[in-house]
Design a binder for this molecule. Structure first.
Ligand code: AMP
Ligand code: MG
Length: 342
């Protein structure tokens, strides 16, 4: 894609939120803050504007987008049916980091759902995000605001690194509170099915729904010929230029394993308080049991490794409780499923 545009850098003041809304209404692309990661937004009812998202990101056309609304009242026009389970999930988790897959209405252009008969919808909790949606006056289709395949951006500066020159504006709302994408649940199956883990945990969903099935794609590599229920889960994803290797094991095992692989360009990303024995340069992304901090830091640490031109990054593997499972899931894909047990 040719870089031609002068990208405006806006802030979350009322005047600049209004300006962002006007650009979106006019069919332009605007990157917006949300509590999960920054989104690259377009008017969800404008197929041409949405096509611009796929072009700006280099996103495969078979990977559908999430439609963002400012309030649950804005859901009915987007879908042809709202099952009873949706009401319970909305009461419990909206506004917040939960995306629901529902049967799509004809109002939503096919390009948004990549031709699927379903639509993904979320009501973000970030105040600036909702103010921009209200200012636009239309639902906003928005994937993460990174070049396809890269770690998702959690600051406006990282959005600018990927998107300057490709989109009309970036609204800076500060660092994202959660740091990993939304949890995605489909209500178009017999039993609600978890397609992607994120800011809302498996345990929280089970508490509201009782039974939840977990799609294989959540924790396992997809077989080459498998059809992904959530197409975004099939690609190597969230990947920095550095090779990422995920290392399972306790603090001592992690340090021993990494030290045995010490070389030029090799660095480690470990847990706070567990790096004293490392003999390679390292960063940390929270304590082992602090999954919120890990989620908040993980994408930024992957991008910082590229800033330092790291060749191979050994990452201490988070355990699978709570939001840790979402962090694990992202790292698994950044590593192209290269996991070692130390
Ligand atoms: P992103 O916005 O880049 O974080 O990606 C959106 C995620 O939602 C991807 O994993 C998509 O595959 C998933 N998604 C969006 N729409 C649908 C849908 N209709 N059915 C299943 N998954 C969807
Ligand atoms: Mg994404």
């Amino acid at each position: 894609m040719v870089i031609t545009m002068n990208t405006l850098h806006l802030h979350s003041t009322p005047a600049e939120v209004k300006q962002a809304g006007e650009l979106l209404r006019a069919g332009q692309l605007v990157a917006i803050p949300t509590e999960t990661v920054y989104g690259l937004a377009a008017n969800a009812y404008d197929a041409d504007a949405v096509a611009g998202i796929f072009a700006a990101k280099g996103r495969p056309a078979d990977n559908p987008l999430i439609v963002h609304i400012a309030s649950p009242d804005e859901l009915p026009p987007l879908c042809s049916a709202i099952p009873e389970t949706a009401g319970r999930l909305i009461d419990a988790f909206w506004p917040g980091p939960l995306t629901l897959i529902l049967p799509k209405s004809d109002a939503v252009p096919g390009i948004v759902s990549a031709g699927l008969p379903t639509v993904a919808v979320r009501c973000p909790s970030d105040e600036t995000a909702r103010a921009i949606i209200r200012a636009a006056g239309v639902p906003l289709a928005a994937p993460s605001a990174n070049l396809s395949g890269s770690p998702s951006p959690t600051t406006a500066a990282r959005v600018a690194a990927d998107m300057d020159g490709r989109i009309a504006a970036i609204v800076d709302g500060g660092p994202c509170r959660v740091g990993v994408e939304s949890t995605v649940v489909t209500l178009c199956t017999e039993v609600p099915r978890l397609l992607r883990l994120g800011g809302v945990t498996l345990e929280q969903l089970q508490a509201v729904l009782g039974e939840v099935e977990m799609d294989d794609a959540v924790t396992q590599p997809l077989k080459a010929d498998a059809v992904a229920a959530s197409p975004g889960m099939k690609y190597k994803h969230y990947a920095p230029t550095a090779t990422v290797i995920l290392v399972k094991g306790d603090a001592a095992a992690f340090c021993r394993y990494v030290n045995a692989h010490a070389a030029d360009g090799v660095e480690a990303l470990g847990f706070d308080g567990e790096t004293a024995d490392l003999q390679v340069p390292f960063q940390t992304y929270g304590r082992r049991e602090d999954h919120q901090t890990q989620a908040h830091a993980v994408f930024e640490e992957l991008r910082k490794a590229d800033d330092r031109h790291v060749r191979t990054l050994y990452v201490a593997c988070p355990d699978s409780a709570g939001v840790g499972l979402a962090v694990y899931n992202r790292l698994l894909r950044s590593a192209g499923f290269q996991v070692v047990t130390a």
